[in-house]
Design a binder for this molecule. Structure first.
Ligand code: C2E
Ligand code: MG
Ligand code: MG
Ligand code: MG
Length: 283
């Protein structure tokens, strides 16, 4: 049953979850200035077909460059959420993403872009209106923008998340369930959301090629997503083995270090160029 599947997925996640050491959080006053000065920028991670590795999109992941260092989101996103600045971060990422979209479009690349929404911006009444306004001004067609909402955000803020999701979908944006398999949303909750895509969390993806009992679980998730008409994306693909396994199980798209880490725009462009270079051709 679906309830059993949900149970299996949660247990599989707990087995797969690792205890990473964490770096200290940044000071809120520094982050406030970074937001005001637009110092937090998107890096772009390619999303490719598991079969043939065709480029199908990019996820925008927040980075805070400081000299030669780059501060990772785990050090500032929790503070941003705690301080109530999530909507500001979303709009800052969106604004830069839209400008980048236009720049690439002028060179013939119309790339779907995925933007993460914080669980805590769900109750902001102005979020969707401001998103729609920014996108309308940019003239980027909404179908090129996908908003990612984590399964946990859905489960924790059901009514608010539903309102935000419905309005975003109505405006023509794509809508993705992020980190699927780490939250406790029920199927009854999920099927009511107008999602267009499901992203299988990396904890499940990375376990699958060496823990065969998980393969059936992941396979069921992929089958379920297909029945719900969702595009399936595997996150955190690191090895050819992961890729092969997920592809065999019918997952369509993938993201991960096997293809590329999240990259600044110039490096993202060289990544594309290098892949187009036929083998043995002069640089
Ligand atoms: P997420 O949205 O689930 O993003 C996927 C994370 O997995 C990213 O970490 C990405 O760099 C990492 N990743 C991708 N491929 C691989 C792989 O093959 N192996 C491994 N080990 N990791 C991989 P990152 O960039 O550190 O972001 C972490 C989380 O921070 C994101 O998880 C998202 O929840 C949050 N986040 C990042 N940017 C934003 C943002 O602009 N807004 C909001 N609200 N949250 C964001
Ligand atoms: Mg995401
Ligand atoms: Mg994710
Ligand atoms: Mg995540």
């Amino acid at each position: 049953s679906l309830a059993e599947l949900g149970d299996l997925v949660s247990r599989a996640y707990q087995q797969g979850a690792s205890s990473g050491q964490s770096q200290p959080l940044c000071a809120d006053s520094d982050i406030r200035l970074a937001l005001d000065h637009g110092e937090i920028v998107p890096y772009y991670q390619p999303k490719v077909t598991l079969h043939g590795q065709l480029l199908k999109g990019a996820e925008l992941l927040a980075r805070w460059p400081q000299g030669d260092d780059v501060v990772m989101p785990s050090r500032f996103i929790p503070v941003i959420e705690h301080c109530g600045w999530s909507t500001e971060l979303t709009l800052l990422m969106l604004q830069q993403g839209l400008a980048q979209w236009q720049q690439w479009a002028r060179r013939g690349l119309r790339l779907p872009m995925s933007i993460n929404l914080s669980a805590l911006s769900m109750d902001s009444g102005e979020l969707v209106g401001r998103i729609e306004q920014q996108v309308a001004q940019s003239k980027v067609p909404p179908r090129y923008i996908i908003f990612e909402i984590t399964e946990t955000a859905v489960a924790d803020n059901l009514a608010e998340a539903m309102g935000v999701a419905a309005r975003l979908r109505l405006a023509g944006f794509g809508l993705s369930i992020d980190d699927f398999g780490t939250g406790f949303a029920t199927m009854q909750q999920l099927v009511r959301f107008p999602f267009t895509e499901l992203k299988i969390d990396q904890s499940l993806v990375q376990s699958i090629s060496h823990k065969s009992h998980l393969e059936n679980v992941v396979h069921s998730v992929i089958e379920l997503a297909k029945r719900m008409n969702l595009t399936t994306v595997a996150e955190g693909i690191e090895t050819e083995g992961d890729q092969l396994c997920l592809n065999n199980r019918g997952c369509v798209l993938g993201q991960g270090y096997l293809y590329a880490k999240p990259l600044p725009p110039a490096q993202f462009e060289s990544w594309i160029r290098q892949r187009r270079q036929p083998e043995g051709a002069p640089a």
